[in-house]
Design a protein around this ligand. Sequence first.
Ligand SMILES: [Mn+2]
Length: 295
Amino acid sequence: MYIHFFDLDPDEKQGQALPLIYVWPVPYQGTVSFGYGTKDGPEAILKASYQIETYDARLDVDIEDLCHFITLPFQRTNVAGPEYLYQDMENFLSRFDPKKDFLLTLGGEHSISFPLFKFYARAFQDLVILQIDAHADLRQEYEGSRFSHACIMARARDLGLRIVQIGIRSLCQEEAEYIKEHNGHDLLTFFAWELPDPLHTARLCREFIGHSPVYISFDVDGLDPAIMPGTGTPEPGGIDYNWLNEFWFKFWPGPKLVGMDICELAPQPYNVVSESVAVKCIFNILTNYLKKQQE
Ligand SMILES: [Mn+2]
């Protein structure tokens, strides 16, 4: 069984006062519109993490010296609909403290983010969601559901949360109009076709975020399908791996990160590129954030 994220056993480092990160697998697949397989995402990410070097050569730091990982049991996922899943997730989350506990949630489709938005928004009213995604996810309703993965950021707006979106390139007219109206006020959208360089993007994000804490909601389809083929709704023209890594490098030191999720990974048979890229993306976020917190 692949339980220890990055093959790091927290018991081996007991006594070291390092930040704790709870890895929470939520293999929910309910409202996905096209591709299938997001229920296998969490397991594929855990498995792939065993193959990844834990030393970050650029930052000259090993992730095992930055944090401890504790993998939580796989969340039971009720497929009757997101409302049922949310109840189960909220029950589980009631044991955690949003002020102190960093959850790294492994989806599952993007609808799994909503209980986490609510969880952290309770403690941080000025929370900003940093969304990596090909899709705006700002529809009020999709295929009869308000809690579809295609509406997840509209639900974040219902909670009063500000959102930064990076990599967006697939949206409907209703969403385009919403973005026009809100961009620069309570929403900051970077379309993939006009993405500035990482340094400039990081500066604009930090200006918009100010002193507010951040929660990262990472839909893997934000990346280019050339490096992330394993996802349900691939969209060409996505974010480049090195661009994104450079962005995190320039984004911190900066806003406090309270938690994150990564979702919509649908592993492909005989091809481990997607889950390996997903693990590296998680790794880069954590090493850049935690290392610069220490400095
Ligand atoms: Mn998406």
